[in-house]
Ligand binder design. Structure first.
Ligand SMILES: Nc1ncnc2c1ncn2[C@@H]1O[C@H](COP(=O)(O)OP(=O)(O)OP(=O)(O)O)[C@@H](O)[C@H]1O
Length: 893
């Protein structure tokens, strides 16, 4: 039994005398059943009364195993010895955050934006952890150490570390583990498991335990500890895992901490207990303590308050972060236990920091809501939301050379659709993502064959039964946003801040060079970019040669000896720009990205992190052009690099902090984009993150911007609506050939073979279907017939694209057309084009989905077509909205 729901009222805790002496108690009134039931009063006894002090009206509270008593016709509840009180259980706190919070609440806050730098202790720590996992999976120590160190080549090189010395260092730490494992602890019937992903529905805690032995957590620490007892913060961490393990079965009574450095210490220097493994008993008091610590943290996050360090009674004297802490306090005018140094930043900067901090944290909460859906939604609901693939049939499992596992499964449900794509990290489970056996896994293959069977292959640390995949709602990127804002506001140069905060207009040098001789606006764009002393903004409506101009800009800058960072929102745009550079004869670049993220044609330019440290680092440091998505710009590796100019493509799709992550690495920047196409993807509707830096700056500094006005893609008839609606009629075909292009120009196409309804460059078809949810089967059928008609008239399959607003409709259509036709949502079509584009609008009767509200998506969809555009939808629904009505009038004219 549990009580879960919003708090209605909270009373101050008071001390009362009971049979067992005096105890604290606080009364809380709440509405159980997630707010569905009438209010009840719960007495929170003993140390849970402390938690009551953090509760405010409106918070959700969960009380487990309360006692229930009838008193004068009223049911009263109270905590028992078995109870836990959990504030906002849907707020997912990382185990490592609780560990940090207990040590210093302010350190927890600071590490959100200072945590991602490259440092040897961190790199070594993860190497030792990886070797530990390898040893548990039966890999040989020497091979593991050599391989893992080789994998970290680039990072070690950037840290100027010598490979042999690192191998020695990691080996000595790992030997401690091996010896301990050999001390008879690892017997045949000993149940071991490395790396266990745990997500708690009850406690709102998630984490990955290093290992589990006989049901108890084992945590590895690469430091030393010569006391008999584990360190308190380490116990807290292991206790969190114990709590989470207990949710699925028996709560373990013992936890183990492994201090790998102990075995390395010279016995003459050190006294005390040198054994690496220290066990401790997990008491109910400790279990409750970690839940209370989590509650304090969550209460602080509830209103985005900033911790001072007093919350956790931090001791500042010996803290290695004291300086950072004082600087942040001084610059942002925050209260902190460590004190403050320096003068406060101007109010504009502080307000900005605050606004984006809150926006990023609101985004984190939205992601946490996604977590909660892992268990509040049924499997069927998740599948319907495209968030899970269910009922997979497990096939082979094989151990890979590095000891991890390759798991294969099949799915013959031909209706299954999901957002999951190859290369992504997902939650793989034997049936339920939080209640079952779950592992984080990487999808390496997800292919549907012509008979509709989908083959799924994932890589995971443990050989679980692969029966279900769920989208993993990672909040990893949020700290990246905060770091970018912090680096920009607290570490950014004065000149850059003056620009960002509107105190100084951008300035430009001069050049009389001509860069592009057949397009004045493009030439002007390169000129602005090359002469910019702060920034330049290139506004490129569809097909206006953004990529072409960007490549010309990169070359012009490199010729002047500048080092360039080339970035974009998507991997595809990064690769397109590099392909354009290659076409223009420039190949001196390195591509940062994962094997799955980078296109096949750019794999040869991809920077391998593995290898000799010095050589790897030199490749990165000496490259005139480094290219990668904006998301990688905040990575520890790229944060070690510096550039003269950062060029960011698709800047209209990036949130402001995402753009900052890229431009923070360079002295000057060039943003390329179109704020009339897709905006940043933000979960929170009212977020300050919704306006891109590109849009903000183009409004503020129109003189630093140039709009490319000639488009090389669409026939005149096709571009008309977009030009009039989004670009004040300024968008023009680049040449008569572009304006007058026709399908019949394609060598295989016979215009007469097309049905008359499709002979115009822009056509509209109403298939008279009915939408059910996000699917319209009749319309999907009709779209397939239209595809066939174009095919029969001789249009090659790869010249046809189909766009639908919803993934479910994409799946409906995909099933009805041959696999070589691209069918996808608008988001996946941005930046590409086809001779023929067919758009399925799905909705019938009315347009009540929010997807139809953002006109910019329609702009993208309509402007993918070069020679023919066919709109398929319900005329009545489309006419119900003035914008779509105008679109129809154009299509039918
Ligand atoms: N100045 C130019 N001279 C000749 N061809 C050009 C010129 N500028 C662009 N093009 C051609 O026009 C086409 C579209 O250019 P590009 O792919 O750069 O457009 P884009 O603006 O990046 O498109 P999107 O809107 O999809 O991002 C390409 O084939 C490109 O080679």
């Amino acid at each position: 039994m549990e009580l879960r729901g919003p708090v209605v009222a909270v009373e101050e805790p008071r001390t009362v005398s009971t049979r067992n002496g005096s105890r604290d108690v606080a009364e809380v009134t709440m509405r159980p059943g997630r707010g569905e039931e009438p209010p009840v009063t719960v007495s929170l006894w003993g140390s849970w009364a402390e938690t009551a002090e953090s509760l405010v009206t409106g918070m959700t509270v969960l009380v487990t195993e309360p006692s229930q008593e009838e008193f004068r016709g009223e049911t009263r509840y109270a905590t028992t010895a078995e109870s836990y009180v959990v504030i906002e259980p849907e707020f997912m706190v990382n185990v490592t955050d609780i560990r940090e919070w207990v040590q210093c609440s302010r350190q927890y806050y600071l590490s959100k934006f200072t945590g991602a730098s490259l440092s040897y202790p961190l790199v070594k720590g993860s190497l030792v952890h990886e070797v530990f996992g390898d040893l548990l999976r039966g890999r040989d120590l020497e091979t593991s150490v050599e391989e893992r160190v080789a994998d970290a080549g680039l990072k070690l090189g950037l840290l100027d570390r010598d490979r042999t010395a690192v191998v020695e260092d990691v080996r000595s730490n790992a030997q401690a583990i091996e010896r301990w494992l050999q001390q008879g602890t690892l017997t045949e019937d000993d149940e071991w498991r490395s790396e266990l992903t745990l997500i708690s529905e009850t406690f709102g805690i998630k984490g990955r335990a290093d290992a589990v032995r006989r049901g108890g957590p084992v945590e590895l620490k690469t430091g030393k500890n010569t006391d008999a007892e584990p360190r308190f913060k380490d116990k807290v961490q292991a206790t969190c895992y114990a709590l989470l393990l207990g949710e699925h079965g028996q709560t373990p009574e013992t936890g183990t901490l492994l201090y790998t450095k102990n075995a390395v210490l010279d016995r003459t220097e050190e006294t005390g207990d040198l054994s690496p493994a220290k066990e401790f008993s997990i008491s109910s008091g400790l279990l409750q303590f970690v839940v209370r610590a989590r509650n304090e943290l969550v209460a602080m996050e509830f209103d985005s308050s900033v911790p001072t360090g007093y919350e956790s009674n931090a001791i500042c004297e010996y803290c290695f972060e004291q300086d950072t802490c004082m600087v942040v306090s001084g610059r942002l005018d925050q209260e902190s236990k460590a004190g403050a140094v320096g003068t406060a930043l101007p109010a504009a900067e502080r307000e900005y920091f605050d606004r984006l901090y809150r926006a990023a944290e609101a985004e984190r909460r939205e992601i946490h809501r996604e977590y909660a859906k892992l268990w509040t939604q049924s499997a069927a609901e998740r599948a319907a939301d495209d968030k899970a693939l269910l009922d997979l049939q497990p096939q082979e499992r094989s151990q890979r050379a590095n000891g991890t596992w390759e798991l294969r499964a099949e799915n013959d449900d031909t209706t299954a659709v999901s957002k999951i794509r190859e290369g992504e990290t997902v939650l793989a489970s034997d049936g339920h993502p939080t209640r079952g056996d779950t592992e984080l896994a990487r999808v390496v293959r997800l292919r549907t064959s012509t008979d509709g069977t989908t083959e799924i292959v994932v890589h995971a640390d443990e050989p679980i039964e692969l029966r279900r995949l769920d989208v993993y709602p990672s909040d990893y990127g949020i700290n990246g946003l905060l770091t970018a804002v912090h680096d920009s506001v607290l570490k950014g140069a004065q000149r850059r801040r003056d620009l960002l905060f509107g105190r100084r207009d951008p300035t430009f040098g001069e050049t009389d060079a001509t860069f592009i001789d057949n397009n004045a606006a493009q030439n002007r764009a390169v000129e602005l970019a090359v002469t910019a002393e702060d920034c330049a903004l290139i506004h490129g409506p569809p097909g206006t040669g953004k990529t072409y101009t960007l490549a010309q800009t990169v070359r012009a800058l490199c010729e002047r000896g500048e080092r360039v960072l080339l970035s974009a929102f998507t991997n595809r745009a990064v690769d397109n720009a590099l392909e354009q550079l290659r076409e223009q004869g420039f190949t001196d670049f390195v591509r940062i990205g994962t094997e799955h993220g980078v296109s096949d044609s750019m794999q040869d330019a991809r920077l391998d992190y593995r290898g000799d440290p010095e050589e790897r680092a030199a490749t990165l440091r000496n490259a005139p052009v480094v290219a990668g998505t904006a998301a990688t710009c905040g990575s520890p590796v790229l944060k070690e690099c510096a550039f003269d100019v950062a060029i960011v493509d698709e800047a209209g799709q990036l949130t402001e902090p995402d753009t900052l992550a890229a431009i923070n690495l360079a002295d000057r920047f060039v943003l390329v984009g179109d704020h009339e196409q897709l905006p940043p993807v933000v979960r929170d509707d009212d977020s300050a993150l919704q306006t891109s830096l590109f849009e903000r700056l183009i409004d503020r500094y129109p003189d630093a911007a140039v709009t490319l006005d000639k488009q090389y893609r669409m026939a005149q008839r096709i571009q008309y609506f977009s030009s009039q609606t989004f670009y004040d009629g300024q968008l023009r075909p680049a040449s008569p050939a572009v304006a007058g292009q026709q399908l019949s120009e394609l060598p295989t196409v016979s215009h007469e073979a097309l049905p008359s309804a499709l002979q115009d460059a822009v056509a509209f078809v109403d298939p008279d279907g009915t939408a059910t949810g996000n699917v319209n089967r009749t319309e999907a059928e009709r779209v397939a017939e239209i595809v066939d008609a174009y095919r029969s008239a001789g249009v090659p399959a790869d010249d046809i694209g189909v766009i639908a607003p919803f993934r479910a409709q994409v799946a409906e259509i995909t099933r009805r057309v041959s696999p070589d036709i691209t069918v996808d949502t608008v988001d996946r079509f941005q930046g590409s084009d086809r001779s023929v584009i067919i758009v399925s609008f799905v909705a019938t009767g009315t347009l009540d989905s929010p997807i139809f509200e953002d006109r910019r998506r329609v702009n993208v969809a309509l402007t993918r077509a070069k020679k023919a555009l066919c709109l398929v939808g319900d005329e009545r629904a489309l006419r119900s909205d003035p914008f779509y009505e105008r679109m129809l009038e154009w299509a039918q004219s």
